[in-house]
Design a binder for this molecule. Structure first.
Ligand SMILES: [Zn+2]
Ligand SMILES: [Zn+2]
Length: 376
């Protein structure tokens, strides 16, 4: 039996990725948790979004799932023995369309109240991609230059779907904005920014629901730093007015340590890859250390690639990632992942971004101490 659970029953089989699968898990203290693999209606390498239902001071749904998949949520809930009307509260782990895409429909169809981090509420009226000023620093300007030189036109169906998602959330009333350490019933909230500025994890009976913060098999995409766009900054609570509080690889890695520090008795229930290729992926919070080590290796790889030869951002990205990973929208994802690492190295003084847009190693390796300090 996986750590943290006394039983795992499959109420409905899904496909090999876990789409439409419904599980009943029993926690150590005998609490039932239902897990629903809500499919995404677009091609996705992350597999379904795992939405969870638990009973603690009322019925809580963690994430309503992807935009366009509301009927799949309703259907999965029914298999788990619930109707949408039974949901007292919905907790949004973060504002990405595969997690809160159905929030508007859920609120319309049920009497549930919306719970999310206060940054989620602050950003609800914006397209997640437009929140940051992408020319805020020289390295961001260089990233934009490379992206526009390799324009592949993100598909118009993507743009249209994203627009529908963004419009559906506008004006949503987030009744309960939560902060790190807040509780409801036996659930405690953890603010874990970095993959997203509003990411929440939830603990309950030696289990941590990690949203996209910690995932088995895959490493969540870290955000880059950069500043808030002018029109957004007025809506940001003053506590979060410094974007480095909520964005960037350093922020993400510190948030990984927060989860790691819960201790290995905590089992992870992730929002993706709980099941994949016909197998369960039950992991403990030690998975957070593996993700930290992944980024530590990548930082090392970047510094080694520069050696004593200042390197451009595009060359660096093409050197680190395989060619097949750099086509379509993936180029932007790869570039921004490299930028996130370079920003951390800049903060620690290990690299500089030169006036001629090259990354130069200063000779120090402070990142090693930073990473070791997180896992030891
Ligand atoms: Zn996400
Ligand atoms: Zn996700």
């Amino acid at each position: 039996m996986p750590t943290g659970f006394t039983s795992v029953d499959t109420l409905r089989e899904g496909d090999p990725q876990g789409n439409r699968m419904v599980l009943k898990l029993c926690s150590r203290s005998g609490h039932e948790i239902h897990a629903i693999g809500v499919p995404q209606d677009w091609p996705s390498r992350t597999g379904p979004t795992w939405c969870y239902v638990l009973d603690s001071d009322g019925i809580t749904l963690i994430d309503p799932g992807a935009h366009g998949s509301f009927s799949e949520l309703e259907d999965g809930l029914q298999v788990a023995g619930y109707s949408v009307k039974d949901i007292d509260r919905v907790v949004v782990t973060h504002g990405h369309s595969d997690h809160d895409g159905s929030i508007a429909q859920l609120v319309e169809t049920s009497d549930s109240t919306v719970w999310a981090h206060e940054m989620y509420a602050a950003l609800i009226n914006y397209n997640p991609w437009e929140v940051q000023n992408r020319d805020a620093s020289p390295i961001h300007a260089e990233m934009n230059r490379v992206v526009s030189g390799n324009l592949d036109r993100r598909s118009s169906s993507y743009a249209a779907r994203n627009r529908r998602y963004v419009d559906s959330r506008k004006g949503l009333n987030v009744e309960h904005t939560v902060e790190h350490g807040d509780r409801v019933g036996d659930v405690e909230f953890i603010y874990a920014p970095g993959h997203s500025p509003d990411e929440l994890c939830l603990t309950f009976d030696n289990i941590v629901f990690t949203g996209d913060h910690v995932l088995p098999e895959i490493t969540p995409h870290p955000t880059t730093k950069a500043g808030y766009s002018d029109h957004v900054s007025e809506d940001i609570p003053s506590k979060y007015s410094d974007p480095s509080r909520s964005y960037g690889l350093k922020t993400y890695m510190v948030s990984l340590k927060t989860v790691l520090d819960l201790g290995e008795s905590y089992a992870v229930l992730p929002a993706h890859r709980l099941y994949n290729r016909g197998k369960f992926n039950f992991v403990s919070v030690n998975r957070a250390a593996e993700v930290i080590n992944h980024h530590s290796r990548r930082l090392s790889q970047i510094v080694q690639r520069i050696d004593d030869r200042p390197t451009g951002l595009e060359d660096m990205t093409r050197g680190v990632f395989e060619r097949r990973k750099l086509i379509g929208g993936n180029l932007f994802m790869a570039l921004s992942e490299i930028v996130a690492h370079i920003e951390l190295l800049q903060d620690l003084g290990d690299v500089e971004f030169t006036d001629d847009s090259k990354i130069r190693h200063t000779g120090t390796m402070e990142f090693r101490q930073f990473c070791d300090g997180l896992v030891n």
